[in-house]
Design a protein around this ligand. Structure first.
Ligand SMILES: [Zn+2]
Length: 263
């Protein structure tokens, strides 16, 4: 065991309810060493439910200090999603996109490119309505329609459970009955640990500064950004450079048994 393996094991023990496995070797980037890259793949077993992210839940992902999981919500969209995927590809970084069903229907080419590039496609409802304002059946139908729309485009079929069982509530507005349903289905629910507040009226420089400040305070974790904003797309290249300079590494989360991500 190398020291960093022991560290990961210790973190995993603290978050004992999160079942994990991880690749010890960095994800290959055609031999390139001058990039941020993706340091490891974290496989998450959601079969008995998973609720992670310190803004919403007591449980965090089993990450070592300075490990970051990049997440982008509310897309796909045309230009901004494309620009973010270009920036990620240039640094061999893999992220998770929590996509909105009606956005996926409007931008299927971008949705397919997210998957083809090896990123994880998680779910974020169909219409992005806040679930605490809806009755249970309406909320459930909206969440299910979101992933069914996405899975139909990506895989040509859609079922009662999403192919990738990762979900984030719009606005983190969860409800107990919907959370219980998702747990029973084996769908993991994600909060966040850090964000750049790119949904507020601030520019790229501030989004970058706030993202880095929160990641420094939390020493890594799940970073939330939105791929529907050009101002966010503009700060992703300097963000990735800054993460590398500051010694952060990127972890790619995939679901256990995922036939798409190749593990
Ligand atoms: Zn959202």
């Amino acid at each position: 065991l190398k020291p960093h393996h022991i560290l990961f094991a210790a973190v995993a023990l603290v978050a004992a309810q999160v079942s994990t496995a991880f690749a010890a070797e960095p994800v290959d980037c055609n031999g390139r060493k001058d990039v941020l890259g993706t340091s490891r793949v974290l496989t998450l077993d959601t079969s008995r439910g998973l609720f992670v992210g310190s803004n919403s839940y007591p449980t965090k992902l089993p990450l070592a200090p300075k490990e970051v999981v990049l997440t982008f919500d509310d897309g796909p969209l045309g230009k901004s999603t494309e620009a973010i995927m270009d920036a990620l590809a240039a640094e061999c970084v893999r992220a998770t996109f929590f996509v909105v069903g009606q956005q996926a229907a409007a931008h299927p080419a971008q949705l397919k490119r997210i998957l083809a590039a090896g990123h994880t496609v998680g779910h974020h409802s169909h219409t992005h309505r806040y679930m605490h304002q809806l009755d249970y059946e309406t909320g459930r139908a909206d969440i299910r329609r979101g992933w069914q729309t996405v899975d139909q485009i990506l895989y040509g079929h859609a079922g009662e459970k999403p192919v990738t069982p990762f979900f984030r509530f719009p606005g983190f507005a969860s409800t107990k009955p919907l959370s219980a349903w998702l747990k029973d289905l084996g769908v993991g629910v994600f909060g966040m640990d850090a964000t750049g507040y790119d949904w507020t009226p601030i520019g790229s420089d501030k989004i970058l500064a706030r993202s880095l400040r929160e990641l420094e305070v939390k020493q890594g974790g799940i970073l939330l950004l939105h791929d529907i904003h050009q101002k966010t797309a503009a700060m992703v290249p300097p963000l990735l450079r800054a993460l590398r300079e500051r010694g952060f590494t990127v972890v790619h989360i995939v679901p256990a048994g995922d036939r798409v991500a190749g593990n």
